[in-house]
Design a binder for this molecule. Structure first.
Ligand SMILES: Cc1cc2nc3c(=O)[nH]c(=O)nc-3n(C[C@H](O)[C@H](O)[C@H](O)COP(=O)(O)O)c2cc1C
Length: 431
């Protein structure tokens, strides 16, 4: 048994404690193999030179169902492709013979300093890519000096993220049909110390992601023939991710859902009450912004804005910022690219609130393009998610370092040393 425990600890990087020794009938624990989780992926991370490389590592590590849930968009992938195609089609003009010896990326986001104009976006599934994946992401954000947004659907308790990650913490909310339950969450987030509330409003009736059905992937993560085979083909993920949850005696759970809807991400759990996502509100209105404004003491952001009239209404109702977003092409598949609608929205409300944009950012040059088109900052979803899936906190840090480095190089090419000086002058326009 002693040797078996040592094998589990060494091969699968599962940390052992006295409960394991008791369970397996050992007198004492074997010497721990050290934190191999931090070490093992580093070899792979060393060979990642861009976000696409991190994506490849994530792809090889994750079960197909989990990877495609992250990577793909919805239906025919039109919005997803559109986001990338429009960013690629946006060209920058380099400027010559100017001093670029001191390029700095510091930015003001919602009145506070950030090491670069980037915030990690809420992505509910980080905890299925790495053990406590969202906490790893949040710690990486803290180290890099950028804010982190915790999704409602995450499985690390919000208090731990707000108080122990070292990041400026934002909390993302989905409204529930029983709105009082959402207000409970909002109060809990305020008490936990989150500085900003992000209300995501672009969910309609939920996304038609056919690949999930094909892969046998669902939320909660249910075991079926396809998902079992998929998991078995990825033993490292199974052992280091699920294994650590099992050994820790707690399966990943939606601990930040209202208590009534909390359930394991693998189904069941203490209060599985139907499919929780189906309980999300589809009857919401601008009055709900007023209500949130009343109970939330911090900054309030509306995420999922694509129209000028909605942006104006958000400002009128007291939002401090908006996120121009098509959910990374994951929800409605007929959406224009976000940077296509951004300039007009900025022209109408950019002097009143911070306009943040997301959907498609994979390179530092993309961030520069978004800022040139009027955004104050970007949210990064998949870019940092690939990072954490490839290598936990070090992987997420690597993703942020790559984006920082690329952004700095781009600023030097366009002849700018400060983020606040980036404007549409650097965009190439065909006369
Ligand atoms: C796997 C995944 C899960 C997501 N979950 C959420 C979520 O729970 N709440 C939310 O507001 N947005 C969610 N998003 C959308 C992101 O916040 C963000 O809008 C989007 O990822 C930006 O596009 P990008 O991935 O191309 O950067 C999710 C995105 C991904 C990729």
């Amino acid at each position: 048994m002693y040797i078996f425990l040592k094998y589990i600890n060494y091969t699968f990087n599962v940390p052992l404690d006295s409960r394991h020794a008791r369970f397996y009938g050992c007198d004492h624990l074997p010497k721990q193999a050290g934190n191999r989780e931090d070490r093992r992926p580093m070899g792979r991370l060393d060979h990642c030179y861009n976000i696409a490389d991190l994506r490849e590592v994530a792809k090889s590590r994750l079960p197909k169902g989990v990877f495609e849930y992250i990577d793909k968009g919805t239906e025919d992938q039109i919005s997803l492709d559109n986001n990338r195609a429009t960013l690629n089609a946006t060209k920058l003009l380099n400027k010559i013979l100017v001093d670029v010896s001191d390029v700095q990326l510091d930015a003001q986001i919602l009145g506070a300093k950030s090491a670069m104009p980037l915030v990690i976006a809420p992505t509910g599934i980080a905890g299925l890519t790495w053990h406590e994946g969202e906490f790893e992401l949040a710690k990486a954000a803290g180290r890099a000096g950028v804010p982190f947004t915790l999704a409602t659907g995450s499985n690390t308790p919000m208090e731990k993220v707000a108080q122990e990650s070292g990041a400026r913490a934002w909390f993302q909310l989905y409204m529930w049909r029983e709105k009082e339950l959402s207000y409970e969450l909002v109060r809990r987030a305020a008490k936990a110390g989150f500085e900003t509330l992000v209300w995501t409003v672009d969910i309609g009736h939920g996304a038609n992601r056919e690949h999930n059905a094909r892969n046998g992937f669902s939320q909660p993560y249910k075991l079926n023939a396809r998902s079992i085979v998929d998991m078995l083909k990825h033993p490292e993920w199974l052992a280091t991710m699920m294994g650590r949850y099992v050994m820790g005696g707690r399966m990943p759970e939606h601990v930040n859902y209202p208590e009534k809807y909390q359930m394991r991400m693998t189904g069941g759990g203490k209060r599985a009450a139907g499919h929780a996502t189906a309980m999300r509100a589809d009857r919401v209105s601008w009055e709900d912004v007023d209500r949130l404004r009343d109970i939330w003491p911090g900054k309030l952001i509306i995420k999922g804005v694509m129209r000028v009239d909605d942006a104006q209404m958000a400002v009128e109702r007291g939002a401090d910022a908006i996120v121009v977003s098509n959910h990374g092409g994951r929800n409605m598949d007929s959406a224009p690219a976000t940077i296509a609608v951004l300039p007009k929205i900025v022209a109408h409300v950019g002097d009143k609130v911070d306009v943040i944009v997301d959907s498609g950012v994979r390179r530092g040059s993309d961030i520069v393009k978004c800022l040139a088109l009027g955004a104050k900052a970007v949210l990064a979803g998949r870019a940092t998610l690939y990072g954490v899936a490839a290598g936990g906190q070090p992987g997420a840090e690597k993703a942020l370092a790559i984006l920082k480095d690329e952004m700095k190089r781009t600023m030097a090419y366009v002849g700018l040393q400060r983020v606040e000086d980036i404007d549409q002058d650097i965009i190439w326009r065909q006369d």
